[in-house]
Ligand binder design. Structure first.
Ligand code: SAH
Length: 377
């Protein structure tokens, strides 16, 4: 058994897109290239140019690089374009055949890309489609970066902001995610400022503390979804490991270390967490944990739950969403109701991948949304 494992590890080539500038420098030194080469090659890799396509290195050098490490971008398996707001949802196929989802959202303040961090998820949140089949594997740093590069290449537009809110729990793949954050921020590559990156977590307190210690000014989003441990543990099993008090404590630590505000996500599920009493209790909890008499601004993003066939959960009526939001505002909490982008292309994460992996046929789109599928041989 052990032998097979080692063999496959030896066969697995390293990936160029997962390499830092220094690691690539080392690889190039290993094949006898001069030091300055890295400054030509690193930026091109991050622009989506494979070594054999680079015009300023020889074929021999390109071949020597490819023998050491592979260059692979996620391939577009399916692309859905919303006729309503231009949101583009990509179903990408990875080198091993697994699929992930990435979304390009066009806002007035620029293009935002929502990336996946794992194939599947093992966090088990009751309302979420990504977790239904469990976690298949972590994505490498290069596979997360590859999503940004592939979207840029396909759209021809610059990516201004990144949200780590796609499939997977970023803190459950901490090392690769941190490496990705540093790679995408590298000024010799794509160079997206940390202030333009948000990372959403289901409440992995250890991960929040580790990231706090890095002191990167990344926006942290906490998926809260309940104000009491009993409800939260029922809909989010992660709460049994890190209950609310501990997660909020980690958030405070994050805020103090980075100087960044935390944003809270709250999915509204009919019959579970969306009465005005729930709103009052939520406000009380957040004010108590974070504000403590100061003017610290607190912001909650309300998300009426997206119906996922397998879960049977429903969103509340719009009037109840409004009442919930007003009850928060009355207590000094800023609340916004998340606008649904790309409603005609099922842009919330996890559903397209599930459909495809299940029966090979992604869910049909509705209305005038356009769809491009990879031609099958
Ligand atoms: N694992 C991370 C990031 C991925 S989920 C996290 O939990 O934060 C991104 C956001 O979408 C989270 O706030 C998640 O709770 C929410 N979400 C998942 N499924 C949803 C659904 N069916 N309806 C509404 N929001 C959902």
């Amino acid at each position: 058994m052990e032998e097979t494992k080692n063999e496959s590890a030896a066969e697995k080539k390293s990936e160029l897109l997962s390499m830092s500038y220094d690691e690539l420098t080392e690889l190039l030194a290993g094949i006898g290239e001069p030091k300055y080469r890295v400054s030509q090659i690193f930026p091109q890799l991050h622009r989506g140019i494979a070594p054999e396509e680079m015009t300023n290195i020889s074929k021999k050098t390109a071949r020597a690089i490819s023998e050491k490490a592979e260059y692979r971008l996620p391939e577009i398996e399916l692309k859905l374009v919303s006729a309503i707001d231009g949101t583009v949802k990509y179903l990408f196929r990875l080198g091993d055949g697994n699929c992930i989802e990435t979304v390009l959202m066009r806002y007035r303040h620029g293009n935002t890309v929502c990336v996946s961090s794992q194939v599947g998820c093992r966090m088990g949140c009751a309302f979420c489609a990504s977790t239904i089949g469990g976690k298949i594997r972590d994505l490498s740093a290069g596979e997360i970066l590859g999503q940004i590069i592939a979207v840029t290449k396909d759209s021809g537009e610059r990516v201004d902001n990144i949200v780590m809110m796609g499939i997977g729990e970023p803190m459950d793949n901490y090392d690769n995610v941190l490496k990705f954050l540093k790679l995408v921020n590298d000024e010799r590559g794509i160079c997206i400022g940390y202030r333009h990156i948000s990372l959403s977590t289901c409440g992995h307190a250890d991960g929040i503390r580790k990231l706090a210690a890095e002191k990167l000014p990344i926006t942290l989003s906490l998926s809260l979804h309940a104000h009491d441990d009993a409800t939260r543990s029922r809909i989010m099993p992660v709460n049994r490991r890190w209950p609310l008090a501990e997660v909020l404590d980690a958030c405070r630590e994050y805020r103090d270390a980075t100087g960044r505000r935390i944003s809270f996500e709250y999915t509204l599920i009919e019959g579970q967490n969306c009465t005005t009493e729930d709103a009052a209790a939520l406000a009380g909890m957040l004010n108590g944990a974070l504000r403590k008499g100061t003017a610290y601004p607190i912001h909650v993003n309300l998300i009426p739950v997206n119906a996922v066939k397998e879960t049977g959960l429903r969103p509340p009526e719009p009037a109840d969403v409004r009442k919930f939001s007003e009850a928060l505002e009355k207590r000094g909490i800023r609340a916004t109701v998340r606008r649904t982008l790309g409603p005609d292309i099922n842009a919330s994460c996890g559903q397209l991948r599930r459909q495809t992996m299940k029966d090979g046929a992604p869910a049909p789109t509705s209305g005038k949304a356009t769809e491009e599928r990879k031609a099958t041989e």
